[in-house]
Ligand binder design. Structure first.
Ligand SMILES: Cc1cc2nc3c(=O)[nH]c(=O)nc-3n(C[C@H](O)[C@H](O)[C@H](O)COP(=O)(O)OP(=O)(O)OC[C@H]3O[C@@H](n4cnc5c(N)ncnc54)[C@H](O)[C@@H]3O)c2cc1C
Length: 373
């Protein structure tokens, strides 16, 4: 079977590798270099703490694969618990946290609601006097996302994938196949589009309309040492984790549709200030910004990705709502299995649930489900 994978981010390289490892002949195209899209800008926060069964399963499978690959090809998975919490006064989220934790546990995920005094005892680096509710996810860690893409690209080419970097391509509307910039078409048995923020445009050229909107999120690294857990302060809307230079923190969601070809790659002043305030409150931490940046995430109308067949032999894997990197080892594996005919897909993520013309607002990806459902 001849397969074209368009997009060499974390999802595309994983799918390309798994397809080739299963015996397919794979060509992997990227308009730039592997990892040059959102995957190279991600924060690398990894966990399986999801309240929905499908998400929990994919999250768990990803963690398994991250551990399996750790220590190879320059990729390291660093074990680190993930704390999520709400502040006093934020009743809606504070009420939702123990309910969400119970649902995660019901799916076999090791997530425990903890009282603020226990949190203080377990994690002295965190300040807990204003915490109303918290939970700790034990199956979690962090990594440098670019190193995952590098490791997986090497594995993919080692498994026989032909990497065509710096080759922007379009999907042949008469496909299955792809069209190069000079108009030359190449036929394939199947085409997988994993082009992140560019997905709507790439598919529009093939006359397929998908409801995927790019939006900016932001992150920074700071050079002051931090040796606490990973933490998401849901009330402040920020997360942070240990980083080789000290700390990495982020969120800074701008819930406005961005142009994937032209967007502001620099972090906003308000984000640096807000994160600085939250770090001081939450961890008594005074940030010294080393590097700050923005990147694009992708939203869908229901917050779930589009993972599956769009029309005969044309597949899509996109729309991760800020959780695309940590699930890439499993979503890449799943879409590879679908292309090979070895999986019927994930019904909740079937792209056929949308017509493409849906109007919707961009919702922040990391928010704790406020209704706790
Ligand atoms: C600041 C920030 C922090 C984040 N933190 C996290 C986190 O902690 N955990 C997490 O799970 N997620 C995080 N994310 C989200 C994560 O980055 C994405 O969900 C994930 O990287 C998406 O991977 P992808 O492979 O689908 O897309 P991408 O990595 O964007 O890859 C798409 C690729 O397609 C290529 N491409 C586009 N158009 C074409 C074309 N026409 N022809 C050929 N190639 C093309 C691009 O060059 C790109 O390399 C974060 C994102 C940002 C911006």
């Amino acid at each position: 079977m001849n397969v074209a994978v368009v997009g060499a981010g974390a999802v595309g390289v994983t799918a390309a590798h798994d397809l080739a490892a299963a015996g397919a002949s794979v060509t992997l195209y990227d308009r730039d270099e592997p990892g040059s899209g959102s995957s190279g800008r991600a924060a690398g926060v990894l966990y399986d703490a999801y309240a929905e069964d499908v998400d929990a399963e994919l999250g768990a499978r990803s963690m398994e694969r991250f551990r399996e690959f750790s220590g190879t090809g320059g990729f390291e998975f660093h074990e680190c618990p993930y704390v999520f919490l709400a502040r006093e006064g934020d009743d809606e989220v504070a009420d939702a946290i123990p309910r969400s934790a119970a649902r995660m546990r019901a799916h076999g995920r090791p997530v425990d609601a903890v009282a603020p005094d226990e949190l203080a005892e377990r994690f002295p680096a965190l300040r807990t006097d204003d915490v109303a509710a918290a939970a700790v996810a034990g199956n979690a860690g962090w990594t440098d996302p670019a190193s995952y893409v590098g490791m997986m690209t090497d594995r993919a080419t080692g498994a026989g994938v032909e990497l065509r970097a710096n080759e922007p391509v379009a999907v042949d509307p008469d496909g299955p196949g792809i069209e190069a910039e000079d108009g030359a078409c190449t036929d394939y048995d199947a085409v997988l589009v994993a082009t992140g923020a560019h997905t709507k445009r790439v598919l529009a050229d093939a006359d397929v309309d998908v409801p995927v909107k790019p939006y900016r999120v932001q992150a920074l690294t700071s050079s002051v040492a931090y040796d606490g857990p990973m933490c998401y302060d849901a009330t402040a809307g920020v997360y942070f984790r240990p980083h080789p230079t000290g700390l990495l923190g982020g969120d800074g969601t701008v819930p406005v549709e961005s142009d994937p070809a032209e967007w502001d790659r620099d972090a906003d002043g308000w984000f640096l200030e807000d994160l600085g305030d939250a770090l001081r409150t939450r961890a008594g931490y005074d940030q010294e910004v080393e590097r700050a940046w923005a990147g694009l995430c992708t939203a869908t109308p229901d917050g779930d990705p589009l993972l599956g067949e769009l029309r005969e032999d044309l597949y899509v894997a996109a729309g991760w709502q800020g959780h695309g990197f940590m699930r890439a080892p499993a979503t890449g594996e799943e879409i590879a299995a679908q292309v090979l005919g070895d999986s019927d897909g994930v019904p909740a993520f079937d792209p056929g649930r949308f017509s493409g013309g849906e109007e919707f607002e961009i919702r922040e990806g990391m928010a704790v489900e406020r209704d706790g459902s």
